[in-house]
Design a protein around this ligand. Structure first.
Ligand code: C6P
Length: 394
């Protein structure tokens, strides 16, 4: 049996998404910016896709959604744009991010730090959560941007983004949120959250293909153009449009929103069942309480079991999971969220992330439970550190 439980890394393209994309490869392949019918026949589908994106995020018509290639691009862009606009001019000198943002925010913030700007990294508490009031303490008159993710990709923790956005609004500081893991899992309503000035999303996290994402920009909030050389995306991001990708992402957004309540109930049931069964294994821990997480994710630690060793056993049995963010999976470092909450080093190395989707089945979860139980037993049996651990700590 093969079981895919790494949906926070990427998702399978929904068949319904593939169907709407298909005509734009070999039939309607014109460049939308050309002046003939090949071009014009792409326009209705592009218009529909943008409408689907606007509707999905409840975006005001006056605001913009700029299509990008992925969330890494959108996140880099917004931070560097703020640098060009507000920091190089000398008006501001400071940005705020959380210490558990995705590497595309953390590494960009560190790069900007190397150029001389001040960066504050907001800590998480012992449950892996950010407290909105903490953010207020870090804001200064020189703060150019606050950027906090909506849902953490490692734990699934839902951060109090609407509250943080309101604080930023009151203090007059632009707020950006990386909503990559929130689409289709949390209700997003940009019309009614005026504090959110920028928002990042990525198609492949909600059953659209890889290679297409977006950056929402509220009216009146400027962006420095990313690519110069053409008129696409209002001149902000030149380059021929990825028509099939955009069309697919629009459809995927529509499906994610239309089916959200219904599907999340089903997924939650499966996730809770998996979590309950795995927590029956002794010395097993989950950091963030369920009610503070999206219903698709579990980050779980089995004391005495190296995360990478567990992944190996799971993979041998046909199960795809992860030790955390796919972008950091090759460095064999401990899980950054576990580190940030101050977990002991040996526990931080044991975290495994299971992330479900609308395609996960009960049979797959039953099989996963069986495989994990066997793997924990086997790996603890050969773990010298677990064998010598005092009974009280086992
Ligand atoms: N996180 C994970 O395994 P791209 O691939 O560039 O569209 O997405 C980057 C990204 C940005 N923000 C968040 C919160 C994310 O989760 C991701 C992707 C994957 O957790 C791959 S590293």
């Amino acid at each position: 049996m093969r079981v895919y439980l790494d949906n926070n890394a990427t998702t399978k393209v929904d068949e319904q998404v593939k169907v709407v994309m298909d005509p734009f490869f070999c039939e309607k392949y014109g460049n939308p910016n050309s002046l003939h019918d090949y071009a014009r026949e792409t326009h209705p589908a592009l218009k529909t896709a943008l409408e689907q994106l606007y509707l999905g995020l409840n975006v005001d018509k006056q605001d913009s959604i700029v299509i990008t290639s992925c969330a890494t691009e959108s996140n880099n862009w917004i931070l560097k744009s703020v640098y060009f606009q507000d920091i190089m001019s000398g008006r501001k000198d400071h940005i705020i991010v959380s210490e558990v943002e995705h590497p595309s925010i953390i590494a960009t913030a560190k790069f900007l730090e190397s150029l001389g700007i001040k960066v504050s990294y907001i800590p998480i508490n012992s449950e892996g959560m950010i407290e909105a009031s903490t953010v207020a303490d870090y804001i200064t008159p020189k703060t150019a941007l606050v950027s906090i993710m909506w849902v953490n990709n490692e734990t699934g923790a839902i951060f109090p983004v609407e509250e943080i956005a309101q604080i930023c609004l009151e203090k007059g500081v632009p707020f950006h949120t990386d909503a990559v893991q929130a689409i289709g899992k949390v209700k997003i309503d940009l019309k009614n959250n005026p504090g959110i000035k920028y928002l990042t999303f990525s198609g492949h996290k909600f059953h659209a293909p890889k290679g297409v994402g977006g950056l929402y920009v509220r009216k009146g909030y400027e962006l420095t153009p990313l690519f110069h050389g053409g008129s696409q995306m209002g001149g902000y991001r030149s380059g021929t449009l990825n028509v099939p990708g955009i069309v697919g992402m629009g459809k995927a957004m529509e499906l994610a929103i239309d089916t959200m309540d219904f599907e999340l109930g089903d997924i939650k049931e499966l996730r809770d069942y998996l979590e309950d069964e795995l927590l029956k294994i002794e010395d097993t821990f989950v950091v963030t309480p369920r009610e503070k997480r999206v219903p698709t994710t579990i980050l779980i630690s089995f004391r005495g079991v190296e995360g990478e060793a567990m992944l190996w056993d799971l993979n041998q049995a046909g199960i795809g999971a992860s030790t955390g963010s796919a972008c950091a999976s090759e460095d064999l470092e401990s899980n950054p969220v576990m580190e940030a909450i101050g977990a002991e080093a040996d526990l931080a190395h044991t975290a495994i992330r299971f992330s479900l989707s609308r395609f996960t089945t009960k049979e797959e979860i039953d099989y996963t439970i069986e495989v994990v139980k066997k793997a924990v037993k086997r790996l603890r049996g050969i773990s010298s550190s677990y064998a010598y651990m005092p009974e009280g700590e086992k």
